[in-house]
Design a protein around this ligand. Structure first.
Ligand code: FAD
Length: 390
């Protein structure tokens, strides 16, 4: 890619010079601008976005603001040890608290932000046994959960075919696009939409030149907030953040009957009834893994029909509801499933955050805050530092 004179819309007298240029206007990019400006209100920050705000996964997700990580807590303990698993859990709880405190404020209704908790449901006895174990561990840690049996699931969620589950009382959900609109209102940084970055050069005095299809941006620091698209712009991410597609479908609205959002099948599948009554369901990536990699947000027949079969089988109240929307989005899966912040080892004025492995709404706001800690020279925990890969 290159930039033509004709496409550069910057007035000729006006050079684009900023202290920090963030690439990507999803939840990571906007959150980073928010925390940078909070740290130093005099910083001149700009955001460059190849399409429009929320065009990436941030505008295509299911809106679960979940605590925890990509797997059941007992498995997190097996993987990280108890102390670190608790630290990761607390980090996501802080993410939720900060989103509510700094962005949502009194706008819960406007942002469709609900604190109804979230369920994890088991269709098999072995998963239910794990969930009961999780609930026991959580009770010991004073993290509130509730065990729900098949009858409770049927009454409270209108779902059949599950043997049991647990409810995490602290989880929330939102309309992610409205959340990002609210975030946008709270930052001063100009957002250059429909501007694609393709290269970062460095002048002899250390100044960075971000090359875009609408001309150059001059800056002291670049922040890559690209998550699933990271490796497309910089080779550093090729073996660290893998572009992975997620697909969803939405039905027409029906009167509300579900108490809260649900995960099923070890976090791989998820569904929720949004406040206006539509049912959103996503997941089933595991049945067609080979197609669900790369940068396409198209949908496939195999996964879409599995999503619909799930609705018909497990949610009888929606068996005849029309499907109104089908979509895909590009997530960034990290090598070890956890997010990362850091700077490029051979170019330390290029910073980055990403790798949420399908949980960026539950993690990115606090991850961006952690990135700003790193930028301002403060220590960050090793589990989230990209240095863990060096
Ligand atoms: C179907 C689906 C369901 C999901 N459900 C949930 C959920 O319920 N809860 C949850 O916590 N997470 C969920 N996620 C994950 C979550 O959406 C992501 O982790 C999060 O949105 C990542 O945000 P981001 O800002 O880092 O990346 P993105 O939102 O992908 O933003 C990156 C931006 O960079 C832009 N960009 C790319 N290349 C360039 C370039 N060269 N120049 C300029 N701009 C560029 C893109 O256009 C994009 O807007 C889901 C994801 C998908 C796809």
């Amino acid at each position: 890619m290159s930039a033509s004179f004709w496409l550069d819309r910057t007035p000729r007298s006006e050079k684009k010079i900023f202290d920090v240029v963030i690439v990507g206007a999803g939840i990571t990019g906007l959150s980073t601008a928010y925390w940078l400006e909070k740290e130093d209100p005099n910083l001149k920050v700009a955001i460059v976005e190849k399409s429009r705000v929320s065009f990436g996964a941030s505008g295509r997700n299911a809106g679960f603001v979940t605590c925890g990580s990509v797997e059941h807590f007992n498995r997190m303990i097996n993987k990280h040890g108890l102390d670190q698993a608790v630290e990761i859990w607390k980090f996501s709880e802080t993410n939720l608290r900060l989103i509510e405190q700094e962005i949502v404020g009194n706008s819960h209704k406007e942002l469709e932000f609900e604190n109804a908790g979230a369920f994890s449901l088991a269709a098999q006895d072995n998963e239910f046994a794990e969930l009961k174990k999780v609930s026991e561990i959580m009770t010991g840690l004073k993290i509130p959960t509730e065990i729900v049996d098949a009858d409770g699931i049927s009454k409270r969620l209108g779902a059949t075919g599950f043997v049991g589950g647990i409810k995490y009382l602290g989880d929330s959900s939102t309309n992610p696009v409205k959340l990002l609109e609210k975030m946008r209102e709270k930052i001063k940084a100009p957002i250059f939409e429909s501007v694609e970055a393709y290269k970062i050069d460095t002048l002899p005095d250390g100044t960075k030149i971000l090359k875009t299809d609408a001309g150059d941006f001059e800056t002291s620091m670049v922040v890559l907030a690209l998550n699933g698209y990271s490796a497309n712009l910089h080779p550093y991410f090729k073996d660290k953040i893998f572009p992975t597609r997620g697909q969803c479908l939405m039905t027409e609205p029906v009167p509300r009957f579900m108490e809260g959002p649900c995960y099923a099948n070890f976090y791989l599948d998820y569904f929720r009834q949004i406040p206006t009554g539509e049912l959103l369901i996503g997941g089933f990536r595991q049945i067609e893994k080979e197609t669900e990699v790369g940068y396409s947000d198209h949908v496939t027949d195999v996964i879409q029909s599995s999503l619909h079969n799930f609705v018909v089988t497990y949610l009888p109240k929606l068996a005849h509801a029309k499907v109104t929307h089908r979509w895909g989005g590009v997530m960034g899966f990290a090598k070890d499933g956890e997010p990362m912040v850091g700077s490029i080892p051979e170019d330390p004025s290029i910073f980055f955050a990403g790798g949420y492995t399908g949980h960026g709404i539950g993690l990115a706001f606090n991850t961006a805050k952690t990135l700003v800690d790193l930028i301002f020279g403060r220590e960050v925990p090793r589990w989230i530092s990209a240095r863990r890969f060096q």
